[in-house]
Design a protein around this ligand. Structure first.
Ligand code: BG6
Length: 279
């Protein structure tokens, strides 16, 4: 079953439900902000104080960072993580494949507004498969006459029972850029979170595994060889207007990315798909 819904302020989203899972996707940003397997706790974290207003990214779920990840390379006034997460997408269709699986497709194309921020013609397609396994596939097509480069992220926020008992497996011996210290380092062993963490891993061999107190989440990826691990910890969290002071204890971002050297150059007519498969 799929329902079209609105918050009181008019903010639109669709709610998808089948025998296996339930999800909510906002039309702004094609932003999946809720996913749960039937009978289980939500898999994605959503801030209790997130904004649901035009022009502001939702804090939680899976923001789409595109066509640049993080700060813009040269123009600091441009929006962090690009504009796809704050633009309004068109709902192309909902396919109730079978009683256990629903595929939702959304599209964003260049517009006068996007061309002011990024001077290229493009088509972006997001396909979200809501099933026992969650799959999110973001396809970029270059519709311009010149090549362009994109960096991007499916910025997955995972809900965790207690950050102190969480660890991430799969990145041992993987090199990363520590965005806090501005240094390149090598991961040793699993990742435990006991301070602010903001890292871009390269040459990642997927899948990654998030071990939480009472569940294990596998994060597979296609079209990606990088991943970001982020937790704002105490001070940064306290300084964020859309996160409660203690929110860092119940979330961890393990993002499926094309970040830094894993950015992709697309020639005219060329396509690239970045996919996260979460189970
Ligand atoms: C992460 C970045 O992907 O997103 C962090 O690595 C950043 O540096 C975080 O702080 C949140 O970004 P934003 O723009 O949603 O506050």
């Amino acid at each position: 079953m799929t329902k079209y819904k609105k918050f009181l302020n008019g903010f639109e989203y669709i709610e998808v439900s089948n025998k296996s899972a339930r999800a909510k996707i906002a039309l702004q940003g094609a932003h999946l902000f809720h996913y749960e397997q039937q009978g289980k706790k939500p898999l994605l974290w959503l801030s209790e104080t997130s904004f649901f207003v035009a022009g502001k990214a939702i804090r939680g779920g899976v923001p789409i960072c595109w066509p640049w990840f993080g700060k813009h390379k040269t123009e600091s006034s441009l929006p962090q993580h690009g504009f796809a997460r704050i633009f309004f997408w068109e709902l192309l269709g909902v396919n109730e494949t079978d009683e256990n699986s629903t595929e939702v497709s959304l599209q964003l194309k260049n517009s006068a507004e996007s061309l002011k921020l990024w001077p290229y013609r493009f088509e972006l397609l997001l396909r979200v498969t809501v099933a026992r396994t969650l799959s999110i596939a973001l396809t970029t097509k270059n519709c311009d006459e010149k090549a362009f480069e994109i960096t991007s992220a499916l910025h997955n926020y995972f809900a965790v029972a207690n950050i102190n008992s969480v660890y991430v497996e799969g990145l041992d011996k993987t090199r990363y850029f520590d965005a806090l210290k501005k240094e390149n380092k090598i991961q040793r062993g699993n990742i435990y979170i006991s301070e602010e963490v903001d890292r871009v891993y390269q040459e990642v061999r997927n899948p990654l595994t998030l071990h939480d107190q009472d569940r294990t989440v596998h994060i597979g990826a296609e079209g990606s060889s990088s991943a970001v691990v982020w937790n704002p910890w105490i001070d940064k969290c306290a300084g964020m207007s859309d996160m409660k002071d203690d929110a860092y204890k119940t979330m961890l971002c393990i993002e499926t990315t094309n970040a830094l050297e894993d950015g992709r150059i697309l020639q005219p007519d060329e396509e690239h798909t970045l996919t996260a498969v979460i189970s």
